[in-house]
Design a protein around this ligand. Structure first.
Ligand code: CU
Length: 171
């Protein structure tokens, strides 16, 4: 009886953990194909995805551009105003989007860029401002607010092939 109770409790606990994992959506940068690695020197399209995780709207999203990343173009995102910050040499330092993202919504910003010429890891820090002025810093400043990483590699990690399906027995 006691064992059953413990089993039931641990099952409940796993379910609660799964729910938590799903809720932890975070602001993420991925390739347009949804992966976290891309090839050295390649022209790649990336997407920044930002969810609203509070009961109030997000009003501004700022993304710091990692060194070695050179963004060429942005996909149009209706409803959002984009502004760019550059250094003295004209290189992009950050992108800021202003708009309104309501609770239970997420937005994706796509951009195309050339990857660095050497293997490295790009860290994408994102600062998400809510309507009350609070900012969630997705920049590794806490365990709960990781910055997205993209690995720039000389060769992609092979995806394991699925086991072959046995042919149906002849009738
Ligand atoms: Cu999250």
């Amino acid at each position: 009886m006691k064992t059953l109770k413990i089993l039931a409790l641990s099952a409940l606990f796993s379910l609660a953990q799964m729910a938590l994992t799903n809720a932890a959506a975070h602001a993420t940068v991925r390739t347009d194909a949804g992966t976290t690695e891309s090839l050295v020197g390649k022209y790649e399209t990336y997407r920044l995805q930002v969810p609203v995780e509070k009961e109030m709207a997000t009003t501004q999203i700022k993304m710091i551009i990692p060194k070695g990343a050179s963004i060429g173009t942005f996909m149009q995102t209706p409803g959002w105003q984009r502004s760019l910050e550059r250094d003295a040499s004209g290189a992009l330092l950050s992108v800021t989007w202003k708009g309104t993202l309501e609770p239970m919504e997420f937005v994706r910003f796509l951009f195309s860029m050339r990857n660095p010429a050497e293997a490295t890891e790009l860290k994408w820090s994102v600062y998400q401002t809510y309507a009350d002025g609070t900012v969630v810093a997705w920049d590794d400043s806490s365990d709960k607010t990781p910055a997205s990483k993209i690995k720039i590699v000389a060769a992609l990690t092979p995806v394991p092939m699925p086991a072959p399906t046995p042919a149906p027995a002849p009738k």
